[in-house]
Design a protein around this ligand. Structure first.
Ligand SMILES: C[S@@+](CC[C@H](N)C(=O)[O-])C[C@H]1O[C@@H](n2cnc3c(N)ncnc32)[C@H](O)[C@@H]1O
Length: 445
């Protein structure tokens, strides 16, 4: 992975601000250059090796550069902390107190990856120990770090990974606490564990092209994607990219440059495995919560998101960000589960109760209107109930036909439980309680 990818993780807000760099000697050169060019003032934490690079840093920036020992840091006004190296609770607490609110710490760190080779071990989802350090670091005045994004830079044979992560200092009000617990953790550790994600992949991909976790697998995805009319070299953001099937399609068929992001590190693991056979495709993956991520304005030619935004409560805030990240004339394609009315039947009520805090559904017209209200033009909102029906029917047939194979990979109880969920969905869809929308929109020229 090149510096460009790391640099694209950098938040815009630190420009002109105070930047603290810990472990400057080990930071990727491209990343270091990008940071020092944009900083207003630099503080470098001194170690035995910083002297060697200090002259170079000073040569590459017009701003003040201080080189001090960790004990001498008194600032509480840093806009960015860039830290290369290991981190513990004590250091993360210091970062929390030194940073301005809503600012970021970017870590470039080696970390052990939890061994996830056993698919049937839901209690041990893939996670990186650093995330846990940050989740348990709220300060007295209720500020804490929330996870924003992480990208693997390199994977080693001994299962260690070098990766870069962004955390944001936020005021942890009750809502933040709830979100932190309920969204990232629930989606990663309950809804999309490695085992469940793998099972979903087997059902939705139906033995065809791998890497699909959504309505109609490769066939329906291809049909939807056509609308974007991607051109070679265009940059497309795949929001909630799942196990990477759609990313391969964007990159292989349309020669697009894909940035696939997903809140579940389990999904990104699967996506990395699935795309390993396509080293020449232009695909980058990142674990991130799209609600917390910022990309530069006008960064993407197209944004694509299939069956993801049902998990997002504040949809309009996200649509406004999409609008900002698109180039003028840029295209947006969303598919999503939708409700048909505001009054749920008893059956749907029970179905939704099991998905409380994880599914937030709108009707198709309300969805379309929200896109218009967010500033999109040429909005086309279509109710594709028949596609959902057919997809669900095929998945049920596949589950029955491939039960024997699935039982080789997953335990019987698990397969039975999920087969019941799929059967139950037939009723909800048949009763028109649940439908599926396809939304196309553009940013005006
Ligand atoms: C039903 S899967 C769809 C995967 C993929 N789009 C596909 O078509 O195969 C929904 C995906 O959305 C991801 N997701 C949900 N909320 C997210 C968020 N806030 N940020 C990023 N990804 C999110 C989930 O982790 C999951 O992988």
């Amino acid at each position: 992975m090149g510096s460009g990818t790391l640099v694209s993780l950098l938040p815009g807000d630190f420009i002109g601000g105070n930047v603290l760099i810990v472990g400057a000697d080990g930071v990727d050169k491209g990343l270091l250059d990008a940071v020092i060019k944009k900083a207003g003032k630099l503080t470098i934490i001194e170690n035995e090796r910083t002297a060697a690079i200090l002259d170079e840093i000073r040569k590459n920036t017009n701003c003040d550069v201080d080189c001090i020992k960790m004990e001498q840091v008194i600032g509480v006004d840093y806009s960015l902390v860039l830290c290369n190296g290991m981190l513990d609770m004590e250091l993360s607490s210091k970062f929390l107190s030194w940073l301005l609110p809503d600012c970021y710490v970017m870590l470039v760190t080696h970390c052990d990856k939890v061994d996830e080779s056993a698919v049937d071990n839901p209690d041990k989802p893939t996670t990186y120990s650093l995330e846990s350090v940050f989740k348990t670091t709220p300060s007295k005045n209720s500020y804490g770090f929330v996870f924003v994004a992480s990208r693997i830079i390199e994977t080693y044979e001994d299962h260690r990974v070098l990766y870069s992560s962004m955390f944001k200092k936020v005021l942890l009000g009750p809502e933040q606490d709830r979100r932190l617990d309920s969204l990232h953790d629930v989606l990663n550790d309950k809804t999309y564990t490695k085992k469940i994600s793998t099972f979903f992949e087997r059902v939705f991909s139906r033995g065809g092209d791998p890497g699909y976790i959504s309505t109609g697998g490769a066939e329906v995805t291809e049909e939807c994607m056509r609308r974007l009319d991607l051109q070679p070299g265009q940059r497309v953001l795949d929001v909630g990219c799942g196990a990477g099937g759609p990313a391969i399609l964007h990159a292989k068929k349309y020669k697009a440059h894909v940035v696939g992001v997903d809140i579940s590190s389990n999904m990104i693991d699967l996506a990395t495995e699935v795309t390993a056979n396509y080293p020449d495709l232009n695909i980058e993956f990142e674990v991130c919560d799209i609600e917390r991520r910022e990309f530069p304005e006008g960064y993407f030619d197209a944004i694509y998101s299939k069956d993801v935004i049902l998990h997002i409560v504040r949809k309009q805030e996200l649509f406004k960000k999409f609008l900002k990240w698109l180039k003028p004339g840029g295209k947006l394609l969303i598919t999503d589960y939708c409700r048909t009315t505001n009054d749920f039947s008893d059956m749907m009520e029970a179905y939704m109760k099991k998905r409380a805090n994880v599914w937030f559904l709108l009707t198709v017209p309300v969805y379309g209107q929200l896109l218009k209200d967010s500033g999109f033009v040429n909005v086309d909102a279509q109710d594709k109930h028949a596609v959902l029906c057919e997809s669900n029917k095929q998945e049920n047939i596949h589950l029955a036909n491939k039960r024997h194979d699935l039982l080789k990979e997953f335990d019987q109880q698990f397969v039975d439980d999920w087969t019941d969920v799929w059967k139950n969905k037939v009723k909800i869809i048949g009763n028109k309680d649940l439908t599926w929308g396809v939304f196309y929109a553009e940013k005006c020229q």
